[in-house]
Design a protein around this ligand. Structure first.
Ligand code: SF4
Length: 236
Protein backbone atom coordinates (compact mmCIF):
# COMPACT_ATOMS: atom_id res chain seq x y z
CA UNK A 1 0.00 0.00 0.00
CA UNK A 2 1.40 3.41 -0.95
CA UNK A 3 2.12 5.55 2.08
CA UNK A 4 0.80 9.08 2.07
CA UNK A 5 2.84 12.17 2.54
CA UNK A 6 0.93 14.48 4.82
CA UNK A 7 2.01 17.79 3.47
CA UNK A 8 -1.14 19.33 2.07
CA UNK A 9 -3.05 21.69 4.33
CA UNK A 10 -6.46 20.41 5.40
CA UNK A 11 -8.30 23.27 3.74
CA UNK A 12 -6.91 22.43 0.29
CA UNK A 13 -7.97 18.82 0.51
CA UNK A 14 -11.34 19.30 2.11
CA UNK A 15 -12.86 20.07 -1.21
CA UNK A 16 -11.53 16.88 -2.76
CA UNK A 17 -12.53 14.83 0.24
CA UNK A 18 -16.06 16.22 0.28
CA UNK A 19 -16.51 15.40 -3.36
CA UNK A 20 -15.19 11.90 -2.81
CA UNK A 21 -17.70 11.47 -0.03
CA UNK A 22 -16.06 8.84 2.16
CA UNK A 23 -18.29 5.94 3.15
CA UNK A 24 -21.00 7.71 5.05
CA UNK A 25 -23.49 4.99 5.70
CA UNK A 26 -21.23 2.29 6.96
CA UNK A 27 -22.04 1.13 10.48
CA UNK A 28 -19.57 1.88 13.22
CA UNK A 29 -18.96 -1.86 13.75
CA UNK A 30 -18.24 -2.41 10.05
CA UNK A 31 -16.05 0.64 9.92
CA UNK A 32 -14.10 -0.60 12.95
CA UNK A 33 -13.66 -3.98 11.28
CA UNK A 34 -12.45 -2.46 8.02
CA UNK A 35 -10.01 -0.20 9.84
CA UNK A 36 -8.65 -3.26 11.65
CA UNK A 37 -8.18 -4.98 8.28
CA UNK A 38 -6.17 -2.03 6.98
CA UNK A 39 -4.06 -2.01 10.13
CA UNK A 40 -3.46 -5.75 9.76
CA UNK A 41 -2.36 -5.15 6.23
CA UNK A 42 -0.01 -2.33 7.21
CA UNK A 43 1.30 -3.88 10.41
CA UNK A 44 1.13 -7.67 10.23
CA UNK A 45 3.72 -7.65 13.00
CA UNK A 46 3.63 -5.09 15.75
CA UNK A 47 6.55 -5.66 18.10
CA UNK A 48 6.54 -4.10 21.56
CA UNK A 49 8.45 -0.84 21.08
CA UNK A 50 10.03 -0.62 24.55
CA UNK A 51 13.03 -2.86 25.17
CA UNK A 52 12.65 -5.07 28.21
CA UNK A 53 13.51 -8.51 29.52
CA UNK A 54 10.63 -9.25 31.85
CA UNK A 55 7.53 -7.65 33.42
CA UNK A 56 9.62 -5.64 35.87
CA UNK A 57 11.89 -4.05 33.26
CA UNK A 58 8.84 -3.38 31.07
CA UNK A 59 7.09 -1.66 33.96
CA UNK A 60 10.14 0.57 34.50
CA UNK A 61 10.45 1.30 30.77
CA UNK A 62 6.76 2.26 30.51
CA UNK A 63 7.10 4.50 33.53
CA UNK A 64 10.10 6.18 31.91
CA UNK A 65 8.17 6.69 28.68
CA UNK A 66 5.75 9.23 30.19
CA UNK A 67 6.20 12.39 28.11
CA UNK A 68 9.27 10.86 26.48
CA UNK A 69 9.79 9.04 23.19
CA UNK A 70 10.23 5.27 23.13
CA UNK A 71 13.47 5.78 21.20
CA UNK A 72 14.92 7.83 24.02
CA UNK A 73 13.72 5.38 26.66
CA UNK A 74 15.40 2.58 24.71
CA UNK A 75 18.66 4.53 24.88
CA UNK A 76 18.47 5.27 28.58
CA UNK A 77 16.89 2.13 30.05
CA UNK A 78 19.90 -0.11 29.21
CA UNK A 79 22.10 2.25 31.25
CA UNK A 80 19.71 2.00 34.19
CA UNK A 81 19.39 -1.77 33.84
CA UNK A 82 23.14 -2.16 33.71
CA UNK A 83 23.16 -0.68 37.19
CA UNK A 84 20.17 -2.74 38.36
CA UNK A 85 18.15 -5.04 36.12
CA UNK A 86 15.96 -6.58 38.80
CA UNK A 87 13.70 -5.35 41.52
CA UNK A 88 15.96 -6.38 44.40
CA UNK A 89 18.99 -4.50 43.09
CA UNK A 90 16.92 -1.48 42.04
CA UNK A 91 15.38 -1.23 45.49
CA UNK A 92 18.89 -0.49 46.82
CA UNK A 93 19.95 2.13 44.26
CA UNK A 94 19.73 5.61 45.81
CA UNK A 95 17.04 7.85 44.30
CA UNK A 96 19.66 10.47 43.43
CA UNK A 97 21.60 7.96 41.36
CA UNK A 98 18.48 6.79 39.51
CA UNK A 99 17.60 10.43 38.89
CA UNK A 100 20.97 11.18 37.30
CA UNK A 101 20.75 8.17 34.98
CA UNK A 102 17.20 8.82 33.79
CA UNK A 103 17.47 12.60 33.54
CA UNK A 104 17.34 12.59 29.67
CA UNK A 105 13.86 11.02 29.84
CA UNK A 106 12.44 14.06 31.62
CA UNK A 107 10.43 14.31 34.86
CA UNK A 108 13.44 12.71 36.53
CA UNK A 109 12.65 13.72 40.15
CA UNK A 110 9.18 12.16 40.07
CA UNK A 111 10.16 9.15 37.97
CA UNK A 112 13.24 8.29 40.07
CA UNK A 113 11.22 8.48 43.27
CA UNK A 114 8.52 6.28 41.75
CA UNK A 115 11.06 3.70 40.52
CA UNK A 116 12.73 3.50 43.93
CA UNK A 117 9.48 3.38 45.89
CA UNK A 118 7.66 0.93 43.67
CA UNK A 119 10.70 -1.37 43.64
CA UNK A 120 10.69 -1.41 47.43
CA UNK A 121 6.95 -2.07 47.51
CA UNK A 122 7.34 -4.95 45.07
CA UNK A 123 10.04 -6.45 47.31
CA UNK A 124 8.15 -5.92 50.57
CA UNK A 125 4.63 -6.71 49.46
CA UNK A 126 4.73 -8.81 46.30
CA UNK A 127 7.73 -11.09 46.76
CA UNK A 128 9.66 -9.15 44.12
CA UNK A 129 7.05 -9.85 41.42
CA UNK A 130 5.00 -7.43 39.36
CA UNK A 131 1.33 -7.98 40.27
CA UNK A 132 -1.12 -9.01 37.59
CA UNK A 133 -4.22 -7.00 38.46
CA UNK A 134 -5.17 -3.45 37.54
CA UNK A 135 -5.97 -2.66 41.13
CA UNK A 136 -2.58 -3.71 42.45
CA UNK A 137 -0.65 -2.19 39.58
CA UNK A 138 -2.45 1.14 39.83
CA UNK A 139 -1.73 1.28 43.55
CA UNK A 140 2.01 1.47 42.81
CA UNK A 141 3.68 4.89 42.76
CA UNK A 142 3.91 6.43 39.29
CA UNK A 143 1.62 3.79 37.77
CA UNK A 144 -1.61 5.10 36.27
CA UNK A 145 -4.24 3.26 34.26
CA UNK A 146 -2.39 3.53 30.97
CA UNK A 147 0.88 2.20 32.38
CA UNK A 148 -1.00 -0.61 34.12
CA UNK A 149 -2.79 -1.43 30.84
CA UNK A 150 0.48 -1.63 28.91
CA UNK A 151 1.96 -3.98 31.51
CA UNK A 152 -1.17 -6.15 31.62
CA UNK A 153 -1.21 -6.34 27.86
CA UNK A 154 2.45 -6.51 26.88
CA UNK A 155 3.99 -8.27 29.86
CA UNK A 156 1.22 -10.71 30.74
CA UNK A 157 -0.78 -10.96 27.52
CA UNK A 158 -3.96 -10.15 29.43
CA UNK A 159 -6.66 -8.21 27.57
CA UNK A 160 -6.23 -4.47 27.94
CA UNK A 161 -6.56 -1.51 25.61
CA UNK A 162 -4.03 1.14 26.64
CA UNK A 163 -5.10 4.47 25.16
CA UNK A 164 -2.36 7.00 24.55
CA UNK A 165 -2.70 10.35 22.81
CA UNK A 166 -2.31 8.80 19.33
CA UNK A 167 -5.06 6.27 19.93
CA UNK A 168 -7.34 8.84 21.54
CA UNK A 169 -6.94 11.26 18.63
CA UNK A 170 -7.28 8.64 15.92
CA UNK A 171 -10.33 6.99 17.46
CA UNK A 172 -11.97 10.41 17.25
CA UNK A 173 -10.82 11.15 13.71
CA UNK A 174 -12.05 7.75 12.56
CA UNK A 175 -15.40 8.32 14.25
CA UNK A 176 -14.97 5.36 16.60
CA UNK A 177 -15.28 7.52 19.70
CA UNK A 178 -16.50 10.99 20.55
CA UNK A 179 -13.12 12.27 21.77
CA UNK A 180 -14.52 13.29 25.14
CA UNK A 181 -11.85 11.61 27.25
CA UNK A 182 -9.34 8.78 27.12
CA UNK A 183 -11.59 6.87 29.50
CA UNK A 184 -14.47 7.10 27.03
CA UNK A 185 -12.21 6.20 24.09
CA UNK A 186 -11.05 3.07 25.89
CA UNK A 187 -14.66 2.07 26.59
CA UNK A 188 -15.73 2.68 22.99
CA UNK A 189 -12.83 0.76 21.46
CA UNK A 190 -13.36 -2.14 23.82
CA UNK A 191 -16.99 -2.26 22.80
CA UNK A 192 -16.19 -2.17 19.09
CA UNK A 193 -13.41 -4.75 18.97
CA UNK A 194 -13.25 -8.32 20.24
CA UNK A 195 -11.18 -8.76 23.38
CA UNK A 196 -8.77 -11.06 21.54
CA UNK A 197 -7.71 -8.18 19.26
CA UNK A 198 -7.13 -5.46 21.87
CA UNK A 199 -3.45 -6.11 22.54
CA UNK A 200 -2.53 -6.21 18.87
CA UNK A 201 -4.74 -3.28 17.87
CA UNK A 202 -3.40 -0.85 20.40
CA UNK A 203 0.11 -1.40 19.09
CA UNK A 204 -1.00 -1.20 15.45
CA UNK A 205 -2.78 2.12 16.03
CA UNK A 206 0.27 3.51 17.82
CA UNK A 207 2.48 2.49 14.91
CA UNK A 208 0.01 4.00 12.46
CA UNK A 209 -0.18 7.26 14.38
CA UNK A 210 3.56 7.59 14.56
CA UNK A 211 4.07 6.83 10.92
CA UNK A 212 1.19 8.65 9.29
CA UNK A 213 -0.15 11.40 11.50
CA UNK A 214 1.62 14.72 11.49
CA UNK A 215 0.74 17.28 14.12
CA UNK A 216 -0.67 19.46 11.32
CA UNK A 217 -1.48 19.19 7.63
CA UNK A 218 -3.31 15.95 7.10
CA UNK A 219 -3.58 14.61 3.59
CA UNK A 220 -6.98 13.02 4.11
CA UNK A 221 -7.29 11.78 0.60
CA UNK A 222 -3.95 10.00 0.56
CA UNK A 223 -4.37 8.55 4.03
CA UNK A 224 -5.23 4.84 3.93
CA UNK A 225 -7.79 5.21 6.72
CA UNK A 226 -9.04 8.81 7.00
CA UNK A 227 -9.46 8.91 3.22
CA UNK A 228 -12.12 6.19 3.48
CA UNK A 229 -13.38 6.23 7.01
CA UNK A 230 -12.49 9.64 8.47
CA UNK A 231 -15.07 11.52 10.51
CA UNK A 232 -17.20 13.59 8.13
CA UNK A 233 -17.10 16.73 10.21
CA UNK A 234 -13.31 16.89 9.82
CA UNK A 235 -13.69 16.93 6.08
CA UNK A 236 -16.07 19.87 5.92
S1 SF4 B 1 -5.05 9.10 9.86
FE1 SF4 B 1 -6.09 11.06 9.48
S2 SF4 B 1 -5.01 12.39 10.84
FE2 SF4 B 1 -3.69 10.63 10.57
S3 SF4 B 1 -2.39 11.09 8.79
FE3 SF4 B 1 -4.18 10.08 8.05
S4 SF4 B 1 -5.43 11.82 7.45
FE4 SF4 B 1 -3.98 12.63 8.86
Amino acid sequence: MKKPTCITPIRTLNYICKKEDPLERISKKDKARKIAEILDDLYPNSPIPLQHQDPYTLLIAVLLSAQCTDARVNKISPILFERADNVYDMAKVPIEEIKEIIRPCGLAPAKSKAIFNLSNILVDKYGGKVPKTFEELESLPGVGHKTASVVMSQAFGLPAFPVDTHIHRLAYRWGLSNGKSVVQTEKDLKRLYPESSWNKLHLQIIYFGREYCPARNHDFQACPICGKYGRKSLLK
